[in-house]
Design a protein around this ligand. Sequence first.
Ligand code: 4UV
Length: 588
Amino acid sequence: MPIKSDFPDVDLAVTDIWSFLFNRKNREFPDDHVIFQSADTLSKQYTYAQLRQLSVDFGKGLKAVYDFRKSDVLGLYVPNDIDVPPVVLGTLWAGGIVSPANPGYTVAELVYQLKDSGAKALATHFSVLDTARKAASEAGIPESNIFLLGEQKDASMKIKHWTSIRNLEGTRRFRIPKLDPKNDLAFLVYSSGTTGRPKGVRLTHFNMTSNIEQVHEAEGWLTWNGSSTPPDSDIPLPAKGTGDKVLACLPFFHIYGLNCLVLSPIYSGITTLVMSRFDLEKWCSIVQDHKITFSYIVPPIVLLLCKHPVVEKYDLSSLRMTNSGAAPLTRELVEGLYARKGVKVKQGYGLSETAPTIFMQKWEDWRTAIGTTGVMVPNLEAKFCAVPGSGEESDGTKELPRGKVGELYVKGPNVFSGYHNNQSATAECLEDGWFRTGDVGFLDERGNLTITDRVKELIKYKGKILCPPPQSNMPSTNTSPLPGFQVPPAELEGYLASHPLIDDVAVVGVDSALLGTEVPRAYIVRKGGLSATKPSDGADIIKWMNAKVANHKKLRGGVKFVDAVPKSVSGKILRRVLKEQAKKEFKE
Ligand code: 4UV
């Protein structure tokens, strides 16, 4: 029998996202309540009423200027900015679909997403404008359909600014189109799988609004005005008369940031300060100076907060709680951060395909359920099935008894409607509403999930970030905490296989002790065999490969020439074998 969430079901709204957020009957906070504030230039901020008005005006402008119609796609290729929420909400108002892309993408990577999603227009930022222009041109998007968000560096530039698309003559008659929330898409987010290039995850309006409600119900702690009464625990309320203040440092293009930091604040009324990108010292100083009470983070940020000397200088005691997700977090880090700074960390767990959150640790359980990702959100069912390769039937039909380690499947209103233009990938993970997560774990008797492994082979790379110079107890290169920088081995293999010197190839993630992250490494069968390999070949191939991909996908684990790539009888690369081999060899 599938396992039900212990929370009572929520009576979910069935409406489009814009109406869900801006026509809400039981809203408690007033129109002039500040929702977003720029952490870089604090003077820039948007109240709830401003967001509502800006998004309607912009949605009308999209219709007037670009003839934007229901289900037209807007590509979003920008670093974090407080203009992102009104542009996203305006596009949804117009009935459009938003497809956010990593602003670190190369031209080729962006072209792929723009073409696959069928983007009609592209919103970008002056800092990445060159790449945006080239990609738009290759994807067949006219330059007149590119516009800028954020700072307007050069007023003489031909590229429009989003503010010039608002408040146009003759747009008063436009209305929000009738949408079918359970079928019409709101977002096409791109998630890297193991089977080649990133896949467009089709998320409906109902997927997103359901997850906001599911999380809101399970969360129950964040307060816009300090009035909630927490259960008896050691977690204080924000200072009297003030609400929670969230510091947003995760990328908005990734599902974790998109739902928790772009949409949810408009629902909960929690004031959110937006950083354009993560920078450790800035993060600490903003927490201290603006009495931040909560932040969504990822395990490498927890690591930095535990270990980096600069953290010592700052008072982080205003933080009531933090939420870590997107990758495994060890018990040692949670205890370490609490011992060092008194900062509490709980975990969340989600996937792009589940819009995203499916398990959340309760605040009061941050220590008693340490090392787990918490309990199921409401309106969700789960089951655990035998892991592929375990020797048992692993087609998702045979459920394991509760408490046994298995692959997690979930079913609920937040489960996506499939991959865009990719029926076979959809069929592999979605059947009768059950989504196969690819993650392996087990539930304890209180319903808390521990993730033990992942079936999927994605390499989760954490790159360099802005950090003060390290001291003796830090590695010499600090690592980026941001999620969304997944490296799909099959994508790199695809490129490498086309190299004239290469006969066969496999890419796996290997642990670099120096970089403190998993990095991609290629195992290459050279044309003509091992004896034909020159020492310079490795360096040449790395240079060739690195020029083709975004920074986070570079072959930082190097290449190794081998006689043959190990494969199963059905032709699948045996990555586990290579990883084991690498574990023994890979030392820097
Ligand atoms: O598709 P994706 O890149 O999505 C994410 C989403 C992370 C979220 C979302 C909502 C939250 O509240 C939150 O705390 C975190 O990363 O990658 C999905 C894969 O990331 C791994 C797991 O392998 C998923 O299949 N993952 C996500 N969260 C955790 C995790 C976690 N807490 N512990 C271990 N692995």
